[in-house]
Design a protein around this ligand. Structure first.
Ligand SMILES: C[S@@+](CC[C@H](N)C(=O)[O-])C[C@H]1O[C@@H](n2cnc3c(N)ncnc32)[C@H](O)[C@@H]1O
Length: 268
C-alpha cells in the first residue's frame, strides 16, 4: 500500500471493468494492436522490460508469454490486483512481476532494464516528466529503447466529435495542456505535453527516433458504440492510420502519439 495518489484512487474504481470497457473494445483492440506490433519490433532482442502504468497487465502478460522478463508497475492497487489475478489464471506467478509503484517514485525500483514501455496515457497523469527521464536514465542500459504512448494535445476526432455534439468545452479540453478529468466521480489532473515538450524532457538522455499517431482515423474509445454500428468503417480507418500515421503534423493529431526514444549514451 502506498500513500493515496489521486490517479491511483480513481483508477482503483475503474479497474474491475477496465478490460470490458476498454481492453476488449473494438477501438481499444485496434489502437493497441498497432502499438504492440511496434513494441515487438523495437524490443526484439532485448530481455528485461520495465512497464510503467501497466493497468490490468494486458501488455505485460503478452510480453512475458513471448519470452521477455517484465517488471510492471502501476499506482493503482486495484489495477495491480487485477493484473495478478490474470497472471495466476494462466498458471504463472513470477513473470511478469506486478508492483504498486507510482511513476513519480521510480527511483525506489531496483534493477536494470533494456526496454521501457508505457501504454495508453498513464504518463499524462504525471505533472513533470523531466525527473522520470532522469530516473529512467539511471535504470536502463546503453542503447535502451523507450516506447511511450501518450494522449496528444490536439485530437482531431475529439474536437470534431464534441463540437458536433454541442459540447465545446469537451471539444477543446486538451488544448490548454492541462485538464481536470472526473474519473468515476474523482478529480484527476491530466496533462497534455506537446511533442517538443516531451522531446526536451527526455533529452539529453534519450534521443527521439520516431513518432506516430495512434488513433488518427480510428476514433477515441468513447466513440465505441458508433463504431460497433459501422464495423466496415473501423476497418477502413485502421488502413488509413497505417498510411497516414507517420506524416509530419498528422502524427501529433491523433488520440495518442507513440514515441520511440533511444538512450544516447552521451550523458550519465
Ligand atoms: C488508461 S490506463 C492504461 C493501462 C494500461 N497501460 C493499458 O495499456 O491498458 C492508465 C493507467 O495509468 C495508471 N497511472 C496513472 N497515473 C499513474 C502514476 N502517476 N503512476 C503510475 N501509474 C499511473 C493508472 O492507474 C492506470 O492503470
Amino acid at each position: 500500500m502506498i500513500a493515496a495518489h489521486p490517479a491511483g484512487q480513481a483508477f482503483d474504481a475503474m479497474a474491475d471493468t477496465y478490460d470490458d470497457d476498454f481492453t476488449q473494445s473494438h477501438i481499444g483492440q485496434a489502437q493497441r494492436s498497432v502499438i504492440m506490433q511496434d513494441a515487438f519490433r523495437i524490443f526484439h532482442g532485448r530481455r528485461r522490460l520495465l512497464e510503467l502504468n501497466c493497468g490490468t497487465g494486458e501488455d505485460a502478460l503478452r510480453f512475458a508469454e513471448n519470452g521477455w522478463r517484465v517488471l510492471a508497475l502501476d499506482v493503482s492497487e486495484r489495477m495491480i490486483a487485477c493484473a495478478r489475478v490474470r497472471r495466476e489464471s494462466i498458471g504463472t506467478t513470477e513473470n511478469p512481476q506486478f508492483r504498486q509503484v507510482a511513476t513519480e517514485d521510480l527511483r525506489e525500483v531496483a534493477g536494470e532494464f533494456d526496454g521501457v514501455f508505457s501504454n495508453f496515457s498513464g504518463l499524462n497523469c504525471v505533472r513533470d516528466l523531466a525527473p522520470v527521464a532522469v530516473a529512467l536514465e539511471n535504470k536502463t542500459t546503453p542503447g535502451s529503447s523507450l516506447l511511450l504512448c501518450l494522449s496528444t494535445r490536439v485530437c482531431l476526432w475529439e474536437t470534431a466529435w464534441y463540437l458536433l455534439h454541442g459540447k465545446p468545452a469537451k471539444a477543446f479540453r486538451r488544448w490548454t495542456g492541462r485538464h481536470q478529468a472526473m474519473l468515476q466521480g474523482m478529480p484527476v489532473d491530466v496533462y497534455y505535453p506537446t511533442l517538443s515538450t516531451l522531446r526536451s524532457a527526455f533529452l539529453p538522455y534519450f534521443k527521439l527516433r520516431s513518432v506516430r499517431a495512434i488513433g488518427l482515423f480510428v476514433p477515441p474509445s468513447y466513440v465505441e458504440s458508433w463504431v460497433r454500428k459501422h464495423p466496415l468503417l473501423l476497418r477502413i480507418f485502421v488502413r488509413l492510420d497505417m498510411v497516414f500515421s507517420r506524416l509530419p503534423l498528422l502524427r501529433t493529431l491523433g488520440d495518442h502519439m507513440l514515441l520511440h526514444l533511444e538512450k544516447t549514451g552521451e550523458v550519465g
